[in-house]
Write a protein that binds this ligand. Structure first.
Ligand code: NAD
Length: 353
């Protein structure tokens, strides 16, 4: 099978590409615009593999996409390319509307035309897998409720609203045109190769360097954390075994407040004997409460029983084991994150088109 993966140079996309090349016999075409979030250095372990190829371009560019489909003749699409950072969407929503909505629409249209022209046997197996977020459901109150696949959409931020729009487009292309789609909505991911603007890598790197650890509001917002490699396995299960037209929620059963996440990282750094920056008694002393994000969602928590029962996927990492692996990875891979922080990370080695 040849999988066309959009956004394969991003955090989750690169984990999916590495997983497929390293654990299956399938081929991957990575289509990525290489925005600030795209980093080909997250793919060095697979870059020379003959089953991997890269095409540099924008999913909003229809002519580019048609050429990629024509050359590579993919059997399935895994669509991860997106603008993904909530704070950036509040500061400037336009790129979120462009990539997340117009880009998804363009990819759907190119996929539909391609699928319509496939021969019958290949049409049967073709899949369009749209990767989305639990943030489309809005937030939960203090009860025990969890997001299920039938929770009504109530997005709060420009980011989650743009992802909700793209989910609706994908469902409409299934209902109206019969395009064989799959949708997954996942909780917060963490793990290696995470861009250091996101909470967990930001806190690890700020702590090592003795910088403030910013916590929004009182830090009581709850997120359900999933180790990125567990997400990659879940996505591969869905694209290969999922039922067409279905939605699968993916989560880690790891609800933590943001403050718990930050203090856990501080405690792990102490336990791992990371030297305290000069003048500090404890990493926790770096915690700094900052004004809350506008519209900040209080709690996300996923009911992942459908994918567990129907596709046999379960997370392999608990928050404790996954966080330990993540902190260890950042301690051992300063060559990756230093080049991200100083802006010298690779955006070259472009593709053929
Ligand atoms: P990311 O920001 O790390 O990576 C996004 C990738 O998409 C980058 O490589 C970027 O260069 C590429 N890209 C952006 N605009 C593009 C365009 N117009 N054309 C082609 N490529 C483009 O994102 P991520 O955290 O890896 O998330 C991947 C997907 O998973 C997103 O759709 C996101 O909504 C979803 N998701 C993320 C999380 C999370 O916790 N990070 C959770 C659930 C779902």
């Amino acid at each position: 099978m040849k999988l066309l993966i959009t956004g394969g140079a991003g955090f989750i996309g690169s984990a999916v590409v590495r997983y497929i090349i390293e654990n299956t016999g399938n081929s991957v075409v990575n289509v990525d615009k290489l925005t600030y979030a795209g980093n080909l250095e997250s793919l060095t372990s697979v870059a020379e593999n003959e089953r991997y190829s890269f095409e540099h371009g924008d999913i909003c560019d229809r002519a580019f996409l048609e050429k990629v489909f024509d050359i590579h003749q993919p059997d399935a699409i895994m669509h991860l390319a997106a603008e993904s950072h909530v704070d950036r969407s509040i500061d400037g929503p336009s790129e979120f509307i462009e990539t997340n909505i117009v880009g998804t629409y363009t990819l759907l249209e190119v996929s539909r035309k391609y699928w319509n022209n496939m021969d019958a046997s290949r049409r049967e197996v073709f899949r369009f897998h749209h990767i989305s977020t639990d943030e489309v459901y809005g937030d939960l109150d203090g009860t025990d409720a969890l997001f299920t696949e039938s929770t009504p959409y109530a997005p709060s931020s420009p980011y989650s609203a743009s992802k909700a729009s793209s989910d609706h487009l994908v469902r409409a292309w299934y209902r109206t045109y019969g395009l064989p789609v799959l949708i997954t909505n996942c909780s917060n991911n963490y793990g290696p190769y995470h861009f250091p603007e996101k909470l967990i890598p930001l806190v690890i790197l700020n702590a090592i360097e003795g910088n403030a650890l910013p916590v929004y509001g009182d830090g009581s917002q709850i997120r359900d954390w999933l180790f990125v490699e567990d997400h990659a396995r879940a996505l591969y299960s869905v694209v290969t075994k999922g039922v067409v037209g279905e939605t699968y929620n993916i989560g880690g059963h790891n609800e933590k407040t943001n403050l718990e996440v930050v203090t856990s990282i501080c405690d792990l750094l102490t336990e791992m004997n990371v030297p305290l920056p000069a003048g500090l008694d404890a990493f926790r002393d770096l915690i700094t409460f900052v004004p809350d994000r506008p519209g900040h969602d209080l709690r996300y928590a996923i009911d992942a029983s459908k994918i567990e029962q129907q596709l046999g996927w379960t997370p392999q990492e608990t928050f404790e084991t996954g966080l330990r692996k993540t902190v260890q990875w950042y301690l051992e891979n300063s060559n990756w994150w230093e080049r991200v922080l100083d802006g010298s990370y690779s955006r070259q080695r472009l593709g053929n088109i």
